[in-house]
Design a protein around this ligand. Structure first.
Ligand code: AHM
Length: 340
């Protein structure tokens, strides 16, 4: 990958690298690049900035609260979810680059532009149960190159995460941060709200080999498999030699919880339980993009035992148990899950 300029100078001011420049420079080095991928990421960035503007004004704009509808997952749909989904669909369709679009909020795949080279899968507003309480929420996406040549089909979307060419998430927290990987490491861009641009704020993020925190909904303890319970008891136990207990942090927004683990290390786990026997999080919209990002940052992502990116999906709304984070912490979790 060519080096993007770290800054440009004008009249004494130092201007950081924009997301747009970063993608453009990384794609220049790609053989046969046509500019379509760069344009696709720019369209995603536009949709994100529009969503961000509404998220920031949600309390003022009467967008909080439920629409009264139930989505395909059987959950109450909130107004900001609907808005975010519509914006992403609209912007991506108009880009002309997408043959297939899949959203956590849609029952069916959307077959968009028949000449589109890409497949985009997204969760438009993750952590939506936190909207009403002004807690960090996010957007998660992944991009695959279309495989079919004739009419696009479901098979273009039902592919393992190993085929992802780019993935990212956006955290609408105190600042709006866009975390992106196009297969060359993980880079964070922070939105300057006055300028309306994302600027590189942390390049080449590495997830520490090991952390000192764990993130899990412990309210589900009684529903877990005894092996998950054993891990949970172990990670909270006092043992100086292995620097336990770990600290516990859990927001209940995957993007917020995962972002902390990506930067600080440790582990995020959403295991299967007796209420959600195959896990709660969705493979295509949540687990796969996060797994791609964590691996790109040197971390790991498993369903407890197997690598997430190797799972061949059988349904677009498939759920999967998820364990992501520092490799030593994910391996320690796996040791418990593979115990007889
Ligand atoms: P959502 O798609 O309804 O927002 O649910 C996904 C969210 C994740 O962001 C989060 O990790 C998880 O659900 C929290 O679940 P729980 O409330 O069961 O802890």
């Amino acid at each position: 990958m060519a080096d993007a300029p770290s800054s440009s100078f004008s009249a004494g001011a130092v201007v950081g690298t924009t997301l747009r420049e970063h993608v453009l420079f990384s794609m220049h080095a790609a053989p046969g690049a046509t500019g379509e991928f760069t344009s696709l990421i720019n369209h995603l960035s536009l949709a994100i900035r529009i969503i961000n503007s509404r998220v920031r004004a949600a309390g003022l704009a009467n967008l909080l609260g439920y629409t009264g509808e139930i989505n395909v997952q059987g959950e109450a749909v909130q107004k900001l979810d609907v808005f975010s989904n519509d914006v992403l669909l609209n912007v991506l369709e108009r880009s002309g680059h997408c043959a297939v679009i899949a959203s956590e909020e849609l029952d069916e795949l959307k077959f968009s532009n028949r000449d589109g080279k890409y497949v985009v899968l997204f969760d438009p507003l993750d952590g939506s149960s936190n909207i009403d309480t002004n807690v960090g929420i996010g957007t998660i996406f992944s991009v695959l190159r279309r495989r079919s040549t004739g009419a696009a089909s479901q098979d273009d979307a039902l592919r393992p995460g190993t085929e992802i060419v780019a993935a990212g998430y956006v955290l609408y927290g105190p600042a709006t941060v866009f975390v992106l990987s196009t297969g060359n490491g993980v880079h964070c861009f922070t939105l300057d709200p006055d300028v309306g641009e994302f600027f590189l704020s942390q390049g080449n993020v590495r997830c520490p080999l090991r952390g000192n925190g764990y993130s899990v909904n412990e309210g589900n303890f009684s529903r877990w498999d005894p092996r998950v319970q054993a891990w949970n008891t172990w990670i909270k136990a006092d043992d100086q030699a292995t620097q336990r207990p770990y600290g516990h942090r859990y927001v209940g927004s995957l993007v917020a919880d995962a972002h902390r683990v990506l930067l600080k290390g440790g582990i995020f786990v959403y295991p299967a339980d007796s209420k959600s026997p195959t896990g709660k999080l969705r493979l295509l919209y949540e687990a796969n993009p996060m797994a791609f990002l964590f691996e790109q940052a040197g971390g790991m992502a498993t369903d407890g035992v197997n690598r997430i990116l190797d799972i061949v999906p059988s349904a677009v709304h498939q759920r999967v148990p998820l364990a992501i984070g520092s490799s030593e912490d994910v391996i320690a979790y796996r040791r418990f899950l593979t115990q007889a």
